[in-house]
Design a binder for this molecule. Structure first.
Ligand code: ADP
Length: 677
């Protein structure tokens, strides 16, 4: 009994210990279970336990939050109710998959209460039997709104990059660190064709080959950008054409300092370069044209002097301008070629030649410029002129004088020209030939004029000596007749004799005046700076008796300038004007002559004003002509040459003379003379 009691006590003790252990184990299980519950409830993903009917058995706090509902509003409800309509089919498919293969993953849109739907990634896995009656699965829902947004942004950025990359007018290629092209855009393929698939290194890349691929890659891979402007890519093969590209290379930086890829960018600047080169050519041409014009204007501005000097100077300027050693003007008459003027960098003998053996034969034949920079290479290499004279470069053009072929002007050298002759040079030659033609023409005219002047001089001599002596004879015999037989003649006869005498005297005066007119300006006389007041005083002194007889007066009003002139001519000019002012006075008004002067920036204007009979407007121009008179000699004496002489003197001084007057109102003659001449 005691033993049985003892056993019972032991057993009881064991039971108590076991109970204690069980208690402890249960407590542990409850703790673990609570922990798992917490893990389940507070997991960042939504958990849903789904049963056979695709109804929600349980959901964690996150799941409830996702659906915006309490557990009471979720438990036992079909999961379909919480899914956006548009993906209900997907949900069916999803669970069908779980049933057949045990798990599924699908992107669906959850439909929370009072909130817009949002995307989740639903991953379901079939649960074991320990999860209660029938089929159970655990579906985890992860909110993928942010991920989707990031993916979308990435996709958009990719599309944008693609669009920029592909549509870019710049040729772009991305090359990896092993120098293998990874991507080439359309512009690249358009520009380099097959080059898009050729490795950069190894010499196969036609572009990079020419611009130093190694250094380009080395720079790029070292993380540095490189810009190469205007690379001339010579055509590869027969079909291609030379191109100009502007190139850049820059690295795409990876993790740390690594450079996984290098971007090559090429801009096709062939067209721009072509325009640039054309512009450079054009600028050079314009510069040469400017030089041509500058030399031509220098030639045109050569100081006046003998034609031979001007022509020699022009040849010298032309020769230097064209960079050739000789320049000459030749006369061509029939088959003779005569060098008339020349300029050479070194002493050269110039002579007459047979035209056929000269380069100018070609110029005369073509009647236009012949310009050859390298004669040996020209189509005229076998012309006799080349064999005879051996000139390597030549430019020549015909000269015309008075519309007729005269000869040529040409420049040449025994060596070839440093540059080819262009249209500008040809135009230069044509213009130079015109200028030379004009100088030669002017020279011919001057010589003609000198000849006719000499003839006129001869005539003047005859007129003064041969014509005046019979006149003097007539007048002296008429005087003798009157003296000797005057008292034996009747009044009529005496009157006739007086007329004859007057006529002879007037005729003599006419001849004297004409001689004076023809002499003005014939011989160039030295000019001097003369006080106009002295000129006027001398003129008045010469007219002294006329002024006294007419009871007249000459007043100088204000200061008179100094004038650069031929003093004798100027005395004659003012003597004529003052003489007329005294002569053409009204009987009732004694003549008063005033002389004034005004000085402008370029000239002096001297005015001789009278109070005489005046001149009708219609005669204001004609009175300056030879023999133009408005009165008969019986009223006012004169030959009608005085004003013509005045005009000629003023013309000789590069001046101007004009009249201001009206009938009965007096007259003013104005003389304008340039200052300093
Ligand atoms: P001449 O006096 O010998 O006739 P001019 O050539 O000097 O010749 O003058 C031409 C004409 O101009 C004169 O005949 C005269 O009719 C007119 N004439 C010139 N000077 C004057 C003047 N101061 N007043 C009026 N008429 C003038």
């Amino acid at each position: 009994m005691t033993e049985a009691l003892h056993n019972l006590q032991v057993h009881q003790e064991e039971l108590r210990a076991q109970n204690e252990e069980l208690h402890q184990a249960q407590g542990h299980i409850e703790k673990v279970s609570a922990r798992y519950r917490d893990l389940f409830e507070y997991s960042p993903v939504g958990y849903f336990i789904i049963d056979d009917n695709v109804s929600v058995v349980d959901a964690n706090i996150t799941g409830m939050g996702m659906l915006g509902r309490t557990k009471g509003r979720i438990a036992g409800k079909p999961f379909l109710l919480f899914i956006d309509k548009k993906c209900r089919h997907d949900l069916d498919d999803h669970f069908a998959t779980v049933r057949s293969v045990g798990r599924a993953s699908t992107e669906l849109w959850l439909l929370p209460d009072q909130r817009p739907p949002f995307p989740v990634n639903l991953e379901s896995v079939r649960l074991g039997d320990g999860w209660g009656e029938g089929w159970r699965c655990l579906s985890t829902a992860m909110d993928v709104t942010e991920r989707n947004r990031a993916e979308m942004a990435l996709r958009e950025s990719e599309i944008r990059f693609r669009a920029i990359f592909e549509q870019s007018p710049l040729a772009i290629q991305i090359v990896d660190a092993e120098s293998v092209p990874r991507m080439s855009n359309r512009a690249w393929v358009r520009l380099w064709g097959q080059a898009s698939s050729i490795p950069v290194a190894g010499g196969g890349h036609p572009v990079l080959n020419q611009i130093g691929a190694e250094s380009l890659l080395v720079e790029g891979l070292a993380g540095r950008s490189l810009e190469i402007s205007a690379i001339h890519v010579v055509a590869d093969g027969e079909q291609g054409e030379d191109r100009w590209v502007h190139g850049y290379a820059y690295p795409i930086l990876g993790q740390g300092d690594s450079v996984p890829e290098v971007v090559l960018v090429h801009e096709d600047i062939t067209e721009r370069k072509r325009i640039e080169l054309a512009l450079t050519d054009r600028t050079a041409l314009l510069r040469r044209q400017y030089e041509n014009l500058r030399v031509l204007s220098e030639i045109a501005a050569l100081p006046p002097g003998p034609a031979s000097q001007k022509l020699a100077d022009a040849l010298d300027l032309g020769r230097r301008h064209l960079d050739l050693s000789m320049g000459m003007i030749s006369r061509v008459e029939g088959s003779r070629f005569t060098v008339e003027h020349h300029s050479a960098s070194e002493e050269t003998a110039m002579a007459d030649f047979d035209l056929a053996s000269t380069y100018c034969a070609l110029v005369m034949e073509q009647d236009d410029v012949v310009a050859i920079a390298h004669w040996a290479r020209s189509p005229h290499a076998d012309h006799p002129c080349y064999r005879t004279h051996g000139l390597e470069s030549y430019v020549g053009v015909p000269i015309r004088v008075r519309g007729k072929a005269y000869g040529t002007v040409n420049f040449c050298s025994t060596t070839s020209s440093p540059r080819d002759f262009d249209d500008g040079d040809k135009e230069f030659m044509r213009l130079l030939a015109r200028w030379i033609g004009a100088v030669l023409e002017e020279d011919a005219i001057r010589r003609d004029l000198a000849r006719s002047n000499a003839e006129l001089e001869q005539f003047a001599y005859i007129a003064s000596h041969d014509l005046r002596s019979p006149l003097r004879q007539v007048s002296s015999y008429v005087s003798l007749l009157e003296r000797r037989y005057g008292d034996k003649l009747d009044a009529d006869a005496r009157e006739f004799i007086a007329f004859a005498h007057d006529g002879a005297v007037r005729m003599d005066q006419l001849v004297v005046d004409l001689l004076e007119f023809s002499r003005i300006g014939r011989n160039a006389k030295p000019v001097a700076l003369v006080a106009l007041s002295e000129v006027v005083h001398e003129s008045c002194a010469n007219l002294h008796s006329n002024i006294i007889d007419a009871n007249g007066r000459v007043d100088i009003v204000g200061a008179l300038p100094m004038i650069q002139c031929d003093p004798a001519d100027l005395v004659r000019l003012f003597q004529n004007l003052i003489g007329n002012a005294i002569k053409y006075s009204l009987p009732e008004r004694p003549p008063v002559v005033t002389i004034t002067a005004a000085t402008g920036p370029m000239s002096h204007v001297v005015t001789v004003r009278d109070n005489g009979i005046g001149i009708e407007q219609i005669y204001h121009d004609t009175i300056f002509g030879v023999f133009k008179r408005l009165h008969t000699p019986d009223k006012y004496e004169g030959t009608g040459i005085g004003l013509a002489i005045c005009k000629k003197i003023v013309d000789q001084h590069n001046g101007r003379i004009w009249v201001e007057s009206s009938l009965g109102e007096g007259t003013a003659f104005h003389v304008e003379l340039p200052r300093g001449s």
